[in-house]
Design a protein around this ligand. Structure first.
Ligand code: HEC
Length: 123
């Protein structure tokens, strides 16, 4: 597994002309994206099931839109293995954006699903 770490280097320039050290420094807007920390082990299907229930099962159950019934573990795993689960929720190019007709999932939910996949898609 390849992990990319983005390192943030903060350079503090102390000017001799500074009147007070308590002076508020210029606010910086970091462009750094924290890498997903998947070190938490023991993730199972139960960890992501609630996310799918709220956001996906409305369409992906009982027959299943796109052929996927996400109330069924095997279907979730199949979509994950094909790369479609992550592709759709991350709005990656080449995938339909999911959940359809709704806002993109919050980052925490996307990270959870990504980690579940990286940790071996345990039931
Ligand atoms: C409003 C209904 C709706 C919701 C909610 C929804 N989907 Fe879908 N989804 C669809 C439809 C319809 C298709 C098949 C048509 C298409 O490809 O756009 C589909 C297709 C897919 C596919 C197959 C994509 C492919 O490449 O063929 C995946 C994977 C998927 N959805 C995942 C999800 C996930 C994960 C969620 C929840 C985060 C979700 N969907 C929520 C309607 C929905």
């Amino acid at each position: 597994m390849k992990k990319i770490f983005f390192l943030a280097a903060t350079v503090a320039i102390t000017s001799a002309a500074c009147k007070s050290s308590k002076e508020v420094s210029k606010t910086e807007t970091p462009v750094i994206k924290t890498p997903v920390d998947c070190s938490i082990s023991g993730m199972t299907y139960a960890s992501i099931k609630p996310i799918l229930e709220v956001n996906c099962n409305n369409c992906h159950s009982n027959g299943g839109a796109g052929g996927f019934d996400f109330t069924v573990f095997a279907d979730v795993k199949k979509a994950a293995q094909k790369g479609e689960l992550l592709g759709t929720i991350k709005h990656a190019s080449g995938f339909p954006k999911m959940p359809a007709r709704s806002e993109k999932l919050d980052q925490e939910s996307i990270d959870k699903i990504e980690c579940w996949i990286k940790n071996g898609m345990k039931e």
